[in-house]
Design a protein around this ligand. Structure first.
Ligand SMILES: Nc1nc2c([nH]c(=O)n2[C@H]2C[C@H](O)[C@@H](COP(=O)(O)OP(=O)(O)OP(=O)(O)O)O2)c(=O)[nH]1
Ligand SMILES: [Mg+2]
Length: 319
């Protein structure tokens, strides 16, 4: 390990879907912030062992099962930390503030409003985002928008909850008309909708956010990210992950993990390359490039949030 403070934290959720947070005492770093219960790894401990010990010490509960959610590396001015975050899926006991710390239970919308340490933004986003990111194929100018929207509608019925409208060749008028329909449809299905390329278009059609290419991300450096939208980015290497981290993007896709027909010239990074990029990212990352529903588990084992795809999901079956 590299001089980072290794920390294990747990997301404990109650029957009503609310997350347990505790408040940091005055005198500690991030005093007054709400945090996920947990703490520093002791020498020789694995993150999972530290999680079990910390949650017993701090809350008086015994974790029976948990699954890795995300690992967040984060450089605070005073120190670098790496938060090994787990979702606690079963425990015994009733959580109480064993160290006198206040407890609170918060739903997903409240979590985004709370004062949390900056590194926690990636955890909150990972909790909010699904494991598949559906990217639309390029629509055809003067093509059959009804068929496009119908296909999207049946995929949303099948459970997709994150969609990117990726239309790079349509005229402005056609794009705007289609984007309005796609946003409406996503809203009806309580799915999040991002539009590729344009912050202005995202705002005009009421999309949840924007998906930016690595080049578009570089242009944001001067002004920073928009704060009224979700921001997703396409990354291909460590430099682009570092830029996305500095701009505090909400999520990214990393590609190409496998060889893909849409970018036949690109050299695949493979699962090892994908895992390396996930380890460097302070936000959820999706694997892109030759992905299908069957790759979700592998992407998550590499530290990713799941998979993103055009043809593998748009044309494929739901696994
Ligand atoms: N527990 C926890 N720590 C977090 C979160 N977010 C975040 O940036 N951190 C940082 C703050 C601290 O620098 C570090 C945790 O260290 P800590 O000193 O609180 O750990 P600990 O529970 O072992 O502390 P203590 O026994 O010394 O009181 O991780 C979070 O959600 N939960
Ligand atoms: Mg602690």
């Amino acid at each position: 390990m590299d001089g980072c403070l290794e920390v294990a934290v747990g997301v404990v959720v109650n029957g009503a879907g609310r997350c347990l947070l505790t408040r940091r005492h005055a005198g500690k770093d991030h005093a007054g912030c709400w945090e996920f219960p947990g703490g520093k790894l002791e020498p020789g401990e694995t993150p999972r062992e530290a999680l079990l010990r910390e949650l017993t010490e701090e809350l008086g509960i015994q974790v029976e099962s948990c699954r890795p959610l995300i690992v967040i590396p984060y450089d605070y001015p005073a120190r670098s930390v790496r938060l090994h975050t787990y979702c606690v899926t079963a425990y015994t006991g009733t959580p109480e503030g064993r160290e006198g710390q206040p407890l609170g239970w918060f739903d997903a919308a409240e979590l985004r409003q709370l004062q949390l340490p900056a590194a926690n933004r990636g955890i909150v986003n990972a909790l909010r985002l699904p494991d598949r990111y559906l990217i639309t194929p390029e629509p055809v100018e003067h093509g059959d928008d009804d068929a496009f929207v119908e296909r999207l509608s049946s995929l949303l019925d099948g459970g997709y909850r994150l969609v990117q409208l990726r239309a790079k060749k349509l005229s402005q008028t056609s794009l705007r008309r289609l984007a309005e329909r796609v946003v409406r449809l996503c809203r009806e299905h309580e799915a999040m909708c991002l539009v590729n390329g344009s912050v202005d278009l995202a705002r005009e059609v009421g999309a949840d956010g924007v998906h930016l290419s690595a080049d578009a991300l570089r242009l944001l450096q001067e002004f920073g990210r928009p704060h009224d939208l979700w921001v997703a980015a396409s990354c291909h290497d460590r430099q682009e992950i570092a830029l996305a981290s500095a701009l505090q993007v909400d999520l990214a896709v990393c590609s190409p993990v496998r060889h893909t027909g849409s970018h036949p010239e690109a050299i695949p990074i493979g699962w090892d390359g994908f895992a390396e990029l996930c380890a460097a990212a302070s936000f959820p990352v999706y694997a892109l490039g030759g992905m299908t529903n069957d790759d979700v588990d592998l992407a998550q084992q590499c530290g990713g949030q799941g998979v993103a795809a055009i043809s593998g999901l748009w044309g494929g079956r739901r696994g």
